[in-house]
Design a protein around this ligand. Structure first.
Ligand code: IPM
Ligand code: MG
Length: 384
């Protein structure tokens, strides 16, 4: 009996935005895995491929706002490749598409698991998978990423640049509340990561909000780590952490560090979650567009496929999600290296291996990944 044979057929609308650089090739792998997951687990997706990114922008001037936003808005979820290309001035696509989408669709939480899966190589000597299983909850719509600021005397020796960081009680509270829900479903420990000794205004808002929300979750233990100290603790004692909640900029930085610890940017996944269902959530690998290796088959599709697994959890297909996660871990564990030629196969070949591994998982011949799954934590946090 396959895992999906007792469940009715469910259909979800999915927007697929392959984007630039390595985005299209890793997204193709994720879609091949999705095809197989649908066949094995009895659900289906109606997919709309959206043209967006550098070429589209250069040809049409279109970024997120306008027709693209309109066609994405009604979807159940968005599968996103990557965006950014040397042909477009840095910042235009990043701000005009990625940040614009996160803000317009109120994707308040950027959920980034940092799990060193069993058998996966890490550059941190002596780190075992049991010691590294945490989740970073990055605030995703505010902070320094709101795009407010000004420059006077730009380009002269008298230039003065002011970049503002905006933190609202409502924005901070919704992220902290989500982080508590996630922690309550896991090892019940929540760490606030900030820089309250220097950024005292924003720091106070974050600390006060955490203290208030904590009253609703007496079962969750809380602590605090400065962001600079986090860069020290994360690689050498990740077991200190279960759920970490942090602001947008700090979260951007420490999740790249987290990615390295779990095997590199190629394996790290993320979910940009809209928490109230008012707009679609978006799922993307945390790597960028890597234009230097685009189209060469050197990109690891694991991050994109694990992001698909988070998408499936979000859509309400946790069984398929757990199976996809297991299949990725099977394949990663068998690879010599996790990026480039060291993968021992091209992007497409690694993707095909994941598809085959998924078949074996569905046949019940590979045990489902043990330990606390981010897929289960996400589902529990959503339903709490
Ligand atoms: C990320 C990326 C983005 C960010 C860029 C590409 C806009 O670095 O998702 O971490 O800064 O959030
Ligand atoms: Mg980043």
């Amino acid at each position: 009996m396959t895992a999906g044979s007792t469940t009715p057929k469910r259909t979800y609308s999915l927007a697929v935005v392959p984007g630039d650089g390595i985005g299209p090739e890793v997204t193709d792998c994720a879609l091949a895995v999705l095809d197989k997951a649908e066949e094995l687990y009895g659900f289906s997706t109606e997919r709309e491929h959206i043209q967006a990114g550098a070429q589209h922008y250069l040809a049409t001037g279109e970024l997120f706002a306008g027709p693209i936003e309109d066609s994405l808005r009604g979807k159940d979820a968005i599968l996103f490749g990557s965006m950014g290309d040397p042909s477009v001035t840095p910042g235009i696509l990043e701000r005009g598409f990625i940040l614009a989408m996160r803000q317009a669709f109120e994707q308040a939480v950027n959920l980034r698991p940092v799990r060193l899966y069993p058998g996966v190589k890490t550059p941190i000597a002596d780190l075992s998978s049991e010691r590294c299983d945490l989740v970073i909850v990055r605030e995703n719509t505010e902070g320094a990423y709101v795009g407010r600021g000004s420059t006077v005397h730009a380009g002269t020796k008298n230039a003065v640049a002011i970049q503002e960081s905006v933190n609202t009680r409502a924005g901070v509270e919704r992220v902290i509340d989500y982080a508590f829900r996630l922690a309550a479903s896991r090892r019940k420990k929540l760490t606030l990561c900030h820089k309250t000794n220097i950024l005292v205004e924003a720091g106070r808002l974050w600390s006060d909000t955490l203290a208030d929300v904590a009253k609703r979750y007496p079962e969750v233990e809380t602590d605090y780590v400065h962001v600079d100290a986090m860069c020290f603790h994360l690689p050498i004692s990740p077991e200190r952490f279960d759920v970490v909640v942090t602001d947008n900029l700090f979260g951007d930085i420490i999740t790249d560090l987290g990615a390295v610890i779990q095997g590199g940017l190629g394996v790290a996944a993320s979910a940009n979650l809209n928490l109230d269902g008012s707009a679609p959530s978006m799922f993307e690998a945390i790597h960028g567009s890597a234009p230097d290796i685009a189209g060469m088959g050197l990109a690891n599709p694991a991050g994109a496929v694990l992001s698909l697994a988070m998408c499936l959890t979000h859509l309400g297909e946790p069984v398929a999600a757990h199976a996809v996660e297991t299949a990725v871990v099977e394949v990663l564990g068998s690879m010599e290296g996790l990026a480039g030629a060291a993968m021992g196969g091209t992007t497409v070949e690694v993707g095909q291996r994941i598809v085959r591994a998924l078949e074996v998982v569905a046949e019940g011949k590979t045990p489902l990944l043990a330990g606390q799954s981010i897929m289960e934590s996400m589902a529990a946090a959503k339903n709490r």
